[in-house]
Design a protein around this ligand. Structure first.
Ligand code: ATP
Ligand code: LTN
Length: 329
């Protein structure tokens, strides 16, 4: 039987965080045996905020290196850069004409980002979910592994696909969101009520995947908790500790119940050190491999060039079908 298809991606804006890793990339690694996976770097999506061109180029390559370092096998997965498969931009235009202003203006990411970048509320920021829908629908993806913050974008993708299918007959597979077991949302260390975000202004709020062990330990030591000194999962009343438990669970594989047991009677100081140590040992091999890969740019280029060729085979087929159905010569 043909394997089910999976597509996902991360933007190449800024440095990747522990949230990106536990919320997205780590789950992808688990899917590579069972599914036919396409993982891209959403560099066109990155243009919705201002970037320095050289930095954007470097970030794009860094993410490919990180995909490989995290354990994505280039033989088993198609790893590619969004801009190198022209069909994304082309389908995105077409789908724009099947998407309503009303539904786009309900997107919380658009509202958040336009509040953050008041000097640059560009049209791309508004139509961002349509490009994301094109990314997914081009590959007829059955599953899309993302963090919970992207669920709304998945919903609109499904709505667009269903609308199109109703008008022209079954063209697109209707994709489903695929959430990881625990860490579909890692919160900030300083503000555990908001997601850990690479664009955070307080650097102590975020663990970057490139952070050195000493810095990781320091950031965890400073993490906001509460005055109870009791390691117990209760996201509503104890958001800081609950978030640290989630992180520990992702790093070690222990369940939340097991963690409560493990730290029964011990204070937050000890717990925070253990969380930091678990994260450091999870990241260390990845960081080593990542640094090696960055020194081998030729290899990276080979991977993403081959990936784009493979991705184009499927993307061009879908786009051709779409054009025929709507009467575009
Ligand atoms: P920003 O924080 O600037 O909005 P982002 O990190 O959310 O950016 P992407 O890099 O495109 O944006 O996200 C890539 C993937 O990482 C998505 O699947 C997203 O859901 C996931 N992700 C990002 N932050 C977190 C988090 N704190 N917890 C869980 N998953 C996350
Ligand atoms: N918007 C996503 C990144 C992204 C994506 C995609 C995720 C762009 N295209 C297609 C899954 C499928 C985000 O995580 N911020």
């Amino acid at each position: 039987m043909e394997k089910k298809k999976v597509l996902s991606g991360v933007q190449s804006t800024g440095r990747l965080t522990l949230g990106n890793y536990f919320g997205a990339i780590n789950n992808w690694v688990e899917m590579q045996e069972e599914y036919d996976c396409y993982y891209m770097i959403a560099n066109l999506h990155s243009l919705t905020v201002r970037n320095d061109p050289e930095t954007l180029k470097n970030n794009t390559k860094k993410i490919i290196a990180l995909y490989l370092a995290a354990g994505l096998d280039p033989q088993k997965n198609t790893l590619f850069i969004q801009s190198q498969v022209k069909e994304h931009a082309e389908l995105s235009w077409i789908l724009n004409c099947y998407t309503y202003m009303g539904e786009l203006s309900r997107m919380t990411q658009f509202k958040d980002k336009s509040e953050k970048h008041t000097d640059n509320i560009n049209a791309g920021l508004f139509t961002y979910p349509v490009l994301m829908a094109a990314d997914i629908l081009l590959y007829q993806a059955d599953y899309v592994p993302v963090g919970v913050d992207q669920m709304q974008h998945l919903e609109i993708t499904r709505d667009i696909a269903e609308r199109f299918n109703k008008l022209y007959g079954k063209t697109f597979v209707i994709p489903e969101v695929y959430l990881g077991k625990v860490s579909s949302k890692i919160m900030g260390l300083q503000d555990p009520t908001a997601k850990m975000s690479k664009s955070a202004t307080n650097l102590n709020d975020v663990i970057f995947l490139e952070d050195e062990p000493d810095l990781i330990l320091k950031k965890f030591k400073k993490a906001v908790t509460d005055s109870e000194n009791k390691v117990q999962y209760n996201p509503e009343n104890k958001p800081g500790v609950s978030n640290l438990m989630q992180i520990y669970s992702s790093a070690t594989g222990s369940t939340l119940k097991e963690i409560e047991k493990e730290f029964e009677g011990s204070g937050y100081g000890d717990f925070k050190t253990k969380v930091a140590e678990a994260v450091i040992s999870k990241l260390e091999p990845i960081q080593n491999k990542y640094n090696d890969l960055l020194n081998n740019q030729g290899y990276l280029e080979e991977i993403y060039t081959r990936g784009a060729e493979k991705a184009r085979e499927l993307a061009s087929k879908t786009l051709k079908d779409v054009k025929e159905r709507i009467g575009i010569l």
